[in-house]
Design a protein around this ligand. Structure first.
Ligand code: IMP
Ligand code: MG
Length: 184
């Protein structure tokens, strides 16, 4: 069921809340089966905050006890187009030396964000760096990188909801969808 946000504007559901929940439970089992040592989850803000919140609780159910930290990276401004330049707006706090780290992000698109995060964390002495993304848009890769864990392969559309925004809107939606303008 679509959700009306404004006159002439609705959000078409692509991944429902129920589908996301079910997929994350299975993803957490997959991650837990991989012998993670002294695991630190680093959620890449802002877009992954809801995904990370659900994933770490699913990891708990799957038997893991990760520590959790956050890193704010930015490549998008207020619009829908990436600037291409990744910058650290807020760094994480914990020591990653000799640890397994699981990077969590909302979308893997060009790969610049994840490649940057991975290099940064490896450079600080992490033992192994894994990555987990909610959505993989494979058509636009610039950096040579793939995620270790992917919830969904995503069609090539700009998506919002479940933490992801368009011009700072729609993060609150419990599902992933796309904005559709109705004519008339
Ligand atoms: P990349 O660096 O090109 O891989 O871009 C990844 C980042 O761009 C993601 O973490 C998102 O924050 C953002 N992004 C890419 N596509 C979308 C989209 O369709 N909706 C919202 N954010 C997006
Ligand atoms: Mg992001």
């Amino acid at each position: 069921m679509d959700v009306k946000k404004d006159q002439g504007e609705r959000i078409e559901v692509i991944y429902s809340a129920a589908l996301i929940r079910e997929r994350i439970d299975r993803l957490a089992q997959e991650i837990a089966s991989r012998d993670m040592r002294n695991l630190l989850v680093i959620s890449i803000l802002k877009g992954s905050f809801i995904f990370a919140a659900d994933l770490i609780r699913a990891l708990h159910v799957a038997g893991l006890s990760p520590q959790v930290d956050f890193m704010t990276l930015s490549s998008y401004g207020a619009g829908e187009k990436s600037s291409g330049q990744v910058t650290v707006a807020r760094d994480f706090d914990l020591d990653v030396t000799d640890r397994d780290v699981l990077l969590v992000d909302d979308i893997l698109e060009s790969g610049r964000t994840l490649a940057f995060a991975r290099e940064t964390i490896s450079g600080r002495g992490a033992d192994r760096v894994f990555s987990c993304v909610l959505l993989d848009k494979r058509g636009h890769r610039v950096a040579e990188i793939d995620a270790d864990f992917v919830a969904f392969d995503c069609p090539d559309v700009f998506v919002v909801g479940y933490g992801m925004d368009a011009g700072y809107r729609f993060r609150e939606l419990p599902f992933v969808g796309r904005v559709v303008q109705d004519d008339g």
